[in-house]
Design a protein around this ligand. Structure first.
Ligand code: BES
Ligand code: MN
Ligand code: ZN
Length: 486
């Protein structure tokens, strides 16, 4: 766990005098932000002169380091002034953190170059996200430097506090996923849920293998048959509002390692299947933020969790399992296990609550990577209004989604000849939609629902100043927090 823990806010520019690095901004029209102007005057117009030479263009993403009176000044390009928004603030803030880490300065000060309150939140998020590093297993690496705090000059205090909490929740989700399968086990997920429950005054219920089986969660129990690692069914309840307000429910796939089962995966890159619990990381990440922000909302988080391994007791292709809602499932591929454990999660959510809506998050199909790469999550659902809200929050959080059609033609493809449904669709066709079509069978009628297939976005995308190279992204935490209006 290495990232900024606290961000101080000051309205006093004088406090930058002792900072090891001061980050300021410049737009494409060559206008400097306020503190920048003051520093330029104090520093013999060194910034203006660099602009005159054409070396500083103010393009977004550009950074230049100056040294004024012995102090590091990072000049960050902000792009066109009229196009500069919260997402620009987030990325620029990330640059400031990255620069502080590369220069190993613990005292970084950043000028508020925000255009409004939302942007101040983004400033907090960006500073924390840019400071994220996963260093837990480097026992003696002197090159490592952890950035623990930052100071922002001129931002709104409450919005920075909110942004910091959200950034930390995303880092928490990244950490859960980056830890290997022998550390992030179902038991570990349950323990982390316990910590969150304590922090946020929430109710936690965890069912173990015996209870899962006795309660009739045959799909989760079926997948968990092949591993000695104890499976868990985790329920976190946050009731920050009136009990009468219907809860928003988040369900996340907590598959802590996916070998594919008897329908085993190829060995190349199988290590990446430690990330198959990223759906559960979205849910727990959101609850981490709820514990800190304590909004007036009712939210329930559900995480079915197990490994999917190969062994003498493992479930087999052809097996028929009965899910928590009583529907029977013909297993045609043991590697399509995510939808099985979610079937019980969604059934439980539909039976025990009257949800305002259900969202589920899962690294469900390789097919979504073929369709959308690491750029966008595939979304499918049953309610146009909810889908519209999802798309709006996707824009606000700058976490891209793309809707795929859940047409009846696809829903028919998961009907089984001998059971109610089967866990595969048409061979090599519309695999991501088949996943959603299957899940739909376990969502109660009339409950608005959206499924997020995050197999492409949860890790391995193009690195940016706020997104890591190769590893877990924590994708979705920010989108959900915007959507539920935390
Ligand atoms: N966890 C995988 C999906 C996955 C694959 C995520 C690659 C990230 C990268 C999931 O459990 C799975 O194996 N899905 C199968 C489904 C198929 C057998 C119907 C897949 O996508 O191949
Ligand atoms: Mn699988
Ligand atoms: Zn999986």
């Amino acid at each position: 766990m290495a990232h900024i823990e606290t961000i101080n806010v000051t309205q006093n520019r004088g406090e930058t005098a002792s900072a090891g690095l001061v980050a300021i901004g410049v737009y494409e029209d060559k206008s400097l932000t306020d503190l920048g102007q003051a520093l330029d005057e104090a520093g013999d117009s060194v910034l203006s002169k660099a602009m005159d030479l054409g070396d500083v263009k103010g393009k977004s993403g550009e950074t230049n380091m100056f040294y004024i009176n012995g102090q590091r000044i990072l000049l960050i390009g902000l792009g066109k002034k009229n196009k500069f928004n919260a997402s620009g603030v987030r990325l620029a803030a990330g640059k400031a953190s990255r620069a502080a880490i590369s220069k190993k300065v613990g005292s970084v000060a950043v000028e508020c170059f925000c255009s409004g309150l939302e942007s101040c939140q983004a400033m907090g998020e960006g500073l924390v996200l840019g400071s994220y590093q996963f260093l837990d297993y480097k026992t003696k690496d002197e090159k490592n430097f952890e950035l623990k705090s930052a100071t922002v000059i001129g931002c709104d205090h409450d919005e920075i506090t909110k942004g910091t909490a959200i950034g930390k929740a995303v880092c928490f989700a990244r950490d859960l996923a980056n830890h290997p399968g022998n550390v992030t086990t179902p038991s570990r997920l349950a323990e982390e849920a316990g910590e969150i429950a304590k922090e946020g005054g929430m109710k936690l219920t965890v069912f173990d293998r015996k209870e899962i089986t006795a309660m009739g969660m045959g799909a989760l129990a079926g997948v968990a048959q092949g591993t000695d690692e104890p499976p868990k069914f985790i329920v976190l309840e946050y009731f920050g509002s009136d009990e009468s307000q219907n809860p928003k429910i988040l369900v996340g796939k907590g598959l802590t390692f996916d070998a594919g089962g008897i329908s085993i995966k190829p060995s190349s890159k199988m290590d990446e299947m430690k990330y198959d619990m990223c759906g559960s990381a979205v849910v727990l990440g959101v609850f981490k933020a709820l514990a800190a922000l304590k909004p007036k909302l009712n939210v329930v988080g559900i995480v079915p969790s197990t490994e999917n391994l190969v062994g003498a007791k493992a479930y087999k292709p052809g097996d028929i399992l009965t899910a928590y809602n009583g529907k029977t499932i013909e297993v045609l591929n043991t590697d399509a296990e995510g939808r099985l454990i979610l079937a019980d999660g969604l059934s439980y959510a539909s039976k025990h609550y009257e949800p305002e809506y259900i969202l589920d998050f899962a690294t469900l199909t390789g097919a979504v990577l073929v369709a959308l790469g690491h750029v966008a999550a595939g979304v499918m659902g049953t309610d146009e209004d909810l889908m519209r809200l999802v798309k709006e929050s996707s824009v606000n959080a700058e976490e891209k989604v793309w809707e795929l059609p859940l047409w009846p033609e696809f829903c028919k493809q998961v009907k089984s000849k001998i059971a109610d449904v089967k866990n595969t669709g048409a061979a090599r066709q519309a695999g991501t939609i088949a996943g959603a079509a299957f899940l739909k069978e376990f969502v109660g009628d009339r409950i608005p629902w959206v499924h997020f297939d995050i197999a492409g976005t949860a890790w391995g995308g193009k690195p940016t100043s706020i997104d890591p190279k190769g590893s877990a992204t924590g994708w979705g935490v920010r989108l959900v927090l915007d959507l539920i209006d935390a």
